[in-house]
Ligand binder design. Sequence first.
Ligand code: AMP
Ligand code: ZN
Length: 468
Amino acid sequence: MKLYNTLTKKKEEFIPLEEGKVKMYVCGPTVYNYIHIGNARPMIVFDTVRRYMEYKGYDVNYVSNFTDVDDKIIKKAIEEGTSAEEVSQRFIAECKKDMSDMNVKPATTHPLATQEIDGMIEMIAKLIEKGYAYPATDGTVYFRTRKFKDYGKLSHKNIDDLQAGHRDIKVTGELKEDALDFVLWKPKKDGEPYWESPWCDGRPGWHIECSVMSKKYLGDEIDIHAGGEDLVFPHHENEIAQSEAANGVEFSKYWLHNAFLNIDNKKMSKSAGNFFTVREIGEKYDLQVLRFFMLSAHYRSPLNFSADLMEAAKNGLERIVTAAENIRHLQKAAATVEMTDAEAALLEESKAYTAKFEAAMDDDFNTADAISAVFELVKFMNTNASAENTSAYLDGLYANMKTLCDVLGIVIEKEEEILDAEIESLIEERQAARKEKNFARADEIRDLLLEKGIILKDTREGVQWKRA
Ligand code: AMP
Ligand code: ZN
């Protein structure tokens, strides 16, 4: 498996720090509003990276934070006459709902910046002790950028060029030693949330939050750090400086960045007003369509959002779902006899699409080509499945298809069928309850099913059910 590493500007073979394990950190959103479809791109893309790694057998520890203390959150709280905490809690809940509707798996851990302040104070103290940071007279703590010799290694910027860029900007009242120094801790302002620290009552800078949450949940050295390309500089560059100065080891081996999502070929931005929230798109489309649209391009290519492209994504997804539905339909009527030799050969032939899919994903997660392989499998299924086939063969085809769609996070079962599975599992639970003579639970399940309009019939062959 090869992935493009922003740090080396090369596609590199993925070699985990620890065999069979992946430690991955993805910078999450600042929660002061509903997430927009630009924020959805890294969520969907890196969720797919995670799913593919899991498919390859890795045990993935996936950490993604919520930035829940920030100027924008405080501003929103003041506007609404409420607290920053209320605003962030509300939009974390809304964000989790959007993630679930886009079939983005919850992270192993979703840390909140406000819950990790002690760790931040500890890391800042360590940086001061090592001479990499200093408190100014007003209590602000700055990182001494020039002291970190590798500064610029991720964004491939030269520190002297950066210095030249800064020279013209004279910020009055700043107490830092050097224009390049950035904030680790800042004093509180009236009405803002704050925490006590050895330097002043205040709150952390944004960059230190991720360094600390990554360290706490994944350790000093991780495999992959990811986010949108706007985070390369200064956010990730500063994270590297802080973490490596404090911990003395390489922070992350691989750095992955997704390109931006544009709208009608213009950069999507909140200030220009040309953005859509995921919620708005969800009113018009199943959010599976948004997911499919995002994966139709390579994650490092800019992607343009337009009504036409969303319609194309909708049609493409429908083709896949319909093919899956046809197979399920055939499965119901198929003879449960052994697969024929001819079928076995066809099933073997269909594996070529799985190989194609893997080759695409192994090449820096080329989901666009991976989707092409899925379409080829769809075509193969449409041509090579009929009412004459055995269920063993149809099951095999279906399983191939489902495995690939699962990696992409594309659901091919219809809601009603998911419900069928739910009913079956409740029936199983009821059988188990009866066996244990827990009749109260068994009756409870029967009533629950009845409420859902499901009628059970105990027969000699077992429990049968039908919709009322
Ligand atoms: P923010 O809430 O601005 O910190 O952004 C959360 C994540 O969304 C970061 O990884 C950003 O890089 C990413 N992001 C923001 N806008 C876009 C966009 N238009 N296209 C792709 N990614 C974006
Ligand atoms: Zn971050």
